[in-house]
Design a protein. Structure first.
Length: 638
């Protein structure tokens, strides 16, 4: 229903903005946000130094970049924003390919005073939050040359929602701005480029100056196609210097066809259809700084956009209105694409540079966790990196491929419970170097799929090859490994000794002992393998006189170990005679064992106790005239 009778296009629209908009905007900006706005203006102007001075009666901002051009003065004729201005019948063009494009920056200074005066290239203008702006700019001969000077007289009385700028507020601003310099400025230093913000100075009457000096240089990296920049900054104030060092790795990525019309800061431009993205690590004494959670840069730091690990991201993200967080990737396909490219860059660097450079710290830097309470709209980045660690060949092993570290999947790794459990498997089953001894890395790799090598794993590995169906031991919360060339490897004396050493350091369960006793995998004195339950422990002083065949004796080098010595049968002549006689009855005794028993019978001339003599008479322990083993009671003497 349209009671006017006019067409919808011809309705008498009017465009008005209420007075409260500007105060609300000014009050929504923190000192850190205001600093970011000032910095991006100076960077867009290609300046290399920014000064912020709190004088006794006003705040003064100076920069040595390009002077304001006609388009810049035109943007200053409106209080906020860009686009069509109905009452001026003019269009305010936004800055293209710049860090700042919304024409909001200077207006945040209304939080300090009612008036903002801008001087540049022999001209000046004024913005008043209630009265509007002065346009065209007026002549100011003392502002000729490069640079910009901005003056904001302090507000001394309440004006609507805007409060006076008191000495107490000034001191709070100085402290906050000083603390936010690193996140605001660090990415704006470039190696060998004229467009590089290298210095900032914060001054206040009655307080020591705070100066920020930074430089950047490109250094080498083994990662191909990656540009590595080392940035170093020094923040100085009386008795409180602060040094910051970071490494930023930048990669050129092609822009998808459906995003090629996107406008983004020239800071990131590489070519018409590609741009630069970067990931960085803050360093402390040459190692990743665990006290510096990863932040998102655009390239100024967004204070609420945390990455969820220690890695910071630098890309032309779409930001929210106040530039304190990125637009959620679920609402921005551009941000979603950028985060995926940054994930790909990160995981590439882990194996191509970071492990070689940082060792275990490279993995700890990627660990996702509650490192701070910041909002993390970029947390999809950290979880995607963890998914890579969980599913891909991302873990440095002891294995080597063409002389370089072999990276393997987490679920192929063994994590020995103790030192003695190490080294039974191939090198690429174990974490490399200091990773293997780092408890935090062990916990992290376990969460990604690595398995414990514990007592169950040890018994299973020693007592069977690939087929372990006859074993009672079932690895519980431990890996189920086997030796591919089991029959050959298990016969080697060093292997048997290594197992014995580990068994001596293990608390064996009854199931473990049962498998050790019944598995034919223990080395005998003649080099064969038998079940431990069939072997005798022969003392060294009885070795030569003992009638036992070597195939029934525990190998003398294994007799030194408590675990095997305790399970083997202690050598006793009568016990051996009876045991062997029973084995002949069951058909389990070898010819060598029968011959050894026969020699004992002949040497003793039948001189045995009644029970043993009765057992021998009923056992096939003597050969007849045809060489068949028969029971003595069935033999007829000639």
């Amino acid at each position: 229903m349209n009671p006017t009778g006019l067409s919808m296009e011809n309705l008498p629209y009017q465009f008005h903005v209420a007075e409260s908009v500007v105060p609300q905007f000014a009050l929504s900006n923190t000192p850190t946000a205001i600093l970011r706005e000032l910095v991006q203006n100076e960077y867009d102007a290609e300046g290399d130094e920014l000064g912020v001075t709190f004088e006794s009666d006003q705040m003064v901002i100076t920069g040595n970049g390009n002077p304001i051009d006609d388009a810049g003065w035109k943007r200053l004729q409106v209080i906020l924003g860009t686009g069509w201005v109905p009452n001026l019948d003019t269009y305010i063009e936004a800055k293209k390919s710049s860090l700042g494009s919304k024409n909001f920056g200077l207006r945040s200074l209304f939080a300090v005073g009612d008036q903002i005066r801008v001087y540049s290239a022999g001209k000046w203008s004024s913005l008043h939050w209630q009265r509007g702006t002065v346009y065209p700019p007026m002549e100011a001969r003392d502002s000729l040359g490069r640079g910009v000077r901005i003056e904001v007289p302090y507000r001394h009385s309440t004006a609507g929602a805007l409060e006076p700028f008191t000495l107490k507020r000034r001191d709070a601003w100085i402290q906050e701005i000083g603390e936010s310099l690193v996140e605001t400025l660090i990415k704006l230093a470039h190696p060998g480029q004229s467009r590089s913000l290298r210095r900032a100075v914060l001054r206040a009457d009655g307080l020591p100056d705070v100066s920020w000096n930074q430089r950047a240089k490109e250094i080498e990296t083994p990662a191909r196609g990656i540009r590595l920049i080392r940035r170093q900054a020094l923040q100085e104030s009386t008795g409180n210097p602060k040094s910051v060092v970071e490494l930023e790795y930048q990669a050129r990525v092609p822009i998808p066809e459906w995003h090629r019309e996107k406008d983004y800061p020239s800071y990131f431009k590489s070519s018409r259809n590609s741009l630069w993205v970067g990931v960085s690590l803050r360093l402390y004494r040459g190692r990743p700084d665990v006290s510096s959670p990863g932040l998102v840069y655009y390239p100024l730091g967004a204070p609420l956009a945390r990455t969820g690990n220690l890695v910071s991201l630098n890309a032309p993200f779409e930001m929210d209105t106040n530039r304190v967080n990125i637009v959620s990737p679920s609402s921005s396909s551009w941000n979603e694409w950028l985060i995926q490219e940054l994930v790909d860059l990160t995981v590439r660097l882990l194996t191509a540079d970071w492990y070689e450079r940082f060792g275990a710290d490279a993995y700890l830097a990627l660990e996702a966790g509650e490192r701070d309470s910041g909002n993390r709209l970029a947390e999809g980045y950290a979880s995607a990196v963890v998914d890579y660690l969980r599913n891909e060949k991302a873990w440095a092993s002891r294995g080597r491929s063409r002389g370089k570290v072999a990276f393997v999947a987490a679920d192929t790794l063994a994590l020995p419970d103790k030192m003695e459990f190490d080294g039974f498997l191939e090198p690429d089953v174990y974490l490399d170097g200091n990773l293997a001894t780092n408890d935090e890395i062990a916990r992290m790799s376990s969460m990604c799929g690595a398995e414990r090598f514990g007592p169950d794993s040890l018994i299973r590995l020693r007592c069977a090859g690939k087929d372990a169906s006859r074993l009672r031991t079932r690895p519980h919360d431990q890996g189920d490994w086997y030796l591919p060339d089991f029959d050959r490897v298990i016969r080697q004396i060093p292997t048997q000794i290594k197992f014995a050493q580990a068994l001596d350091r293990t608390r064996l369960s009854n199931v473990h002992r049962t498998d050790l006793l019944n598995s034919p995998t223990t080395l005998t004195a003649d080099g064969s393998l038998r079940a431990l339950s069939e072997l005798y422990l022969v003392p060294p002083d009885a070795w030569e006189a003992c009638p036992l065949p070597l195939s029934q004796r525990l190998h003398p080098k294994l007799a030194e170990f408590r675990s095997l010595r305790g399970l083997a049968t202690k050598y006793d002549m009568t016990n051996w005679i009876r045991s062997t006689a029973r084995r002949t009855q069951d058909g389990q005794a070898t010819d060598e064992e029968r011959r050894a028993l026969m020699r004992v019978i002949l040497a003793r001339r039948g001189n045995f106790d009644a029970g043993t003599l009765s057992l021998l008479r009923r056992s096939p322990v003597l050969p007849d005239h045809r060489g068949h083993w028969v029971e003595p009671r069935k033999i007829t003497l000639r």
